[in-house]
Write a protein that binds this ligand. Structure first.
Ligand SMILES: Nc1ncnc2c1ncn2[C@@H]1O[C@H](COP(=O)(O)OP(=O)(O)OP(=O)(O)O)[C@@H](O)[C@H]1O
Length: 262
């Protein structure tokens, strides 16, 4: 059997904030991500999806259980595990080229070699003409492509994305989804993507992990058995849509009831 790229075993997360009761965000969560697999995390607001990405990224610790990266317990951040957020978090004072080359500094590579690699990846993501622009001179979609480039230049084995398209308009979103599938297929990285969009989940995922309301657990794991590009008008696509809508509705109701103290 192939060793999982990421293995999440009985993971729990409790947030302790001074002056507040401890908050159990995730409870007894277990699933694996295979090498090269595209996994989407879908669940109601507050069920711990972002918390889980932070723990896999090594930016937060688990309260229980263990998360393994290629068989080793995660003890901190690694360039092998990239994280992309909803808003491209680029340095505003650096050019797009320097933003992308920046991470390579830790690899002890010569500055010109770093910039060469950054240039190459920026060309691949279609930003070859704006290397010397600053982030605020670009559109939201271009900034997000630059954020992808910055993660990809590190050649991560695991690429995590927290609602990467949520801030974009519908057309840019669709284009970047196609683009993401292309770079995923080229890179063969494992992807973990958080979204609230059922259509995004069906369009992108090999498997969708549906979370329960907080504390987040696995409610169901649903493989998407459709060819790519996904046939959005097919009856099967609509069956998936109805199924996810139903699965989520119960959890969203629970989350809402808890938040409103009902
Ligand atoms: N750094 C933190 N300190 C304290 N509590 C936190 C922290 N990060 C998250 N939480 C709490 O943990 C719970 C889960 O949050 P998280 O952001 O992981 O959920 P989510 O499923 O990603 O939500 P959403 O879909 O709304 O982004 C929430 O109740 C949140 O308030």
């Amino acid at each position: 059997m192939v060793r999982p790229a990421v293995s999440i075993r009985n993971v729990g997360k409790t947030w302790d904030v001074k002056g507040r009761p401890p908050l159990r965000a995730i409870d007894d969560l277990s699933f694996d991500v295979a090498p090269g697999e595209f996994v989407v995390l879908l669940g109601p607001s507050g069920c711990g999806k972002s918390s889980l990405l932070y723990m896999i990224a090594g930016l937060e610790t688990v309260s229980n259980g263990v998360i393994e990266d290629d068989g080793l317990a995660i003890a901190g951040p690694s360039p092998e595990r990239g994280l992309i957020f909803q808003e491209a978090s680029l340095f505003p004072w650096l050019t797009i080229l320097d933003n992308v080359a920046f991470g390579l500094a830790i690899r002890a590579e010569l500055p010109e070699r770093r910039r060469e690699k950054a240039r190459e990846i920026l060309r691949r993501v279609g930003l070859g003409d704006v290397l010397d622009k600053k982030p605020d001179e670009l559109s939201g979609g271009m900034r997000q492509r630059a954020a992808f480039a910055r993660a990809l230049v590190m050649q991560p084995r695991v690429l995590m994305m927290d609602e990467p398209f949520a801030a974009l308009d519908v057309q840019t979103r669709a284009k970047l989804q196609d683009f993401l599938l292309q770079i995923w297929q080229d890179s063969r990285a494992s992807v973990l993507l958080v979204t609230h969009s059922i259509d995004e989940a069906i369009s992108l995922a090999d498997r969708v992990i549906v979370f329960t309301a907080r504390p987040g657990r696995v409610k169901e794991i649903v493989p998407i058995d459709l060819p790519r590009p996904r046939p959005t008008r097919s009856p099967r696509y609509h069956e998936y849509r109805d199924y996810f809508t139903e699965l989520l509705a119960a959890e969203v109701d629970k989350a809402f009831a808890e938040q409103s103290g009902l």
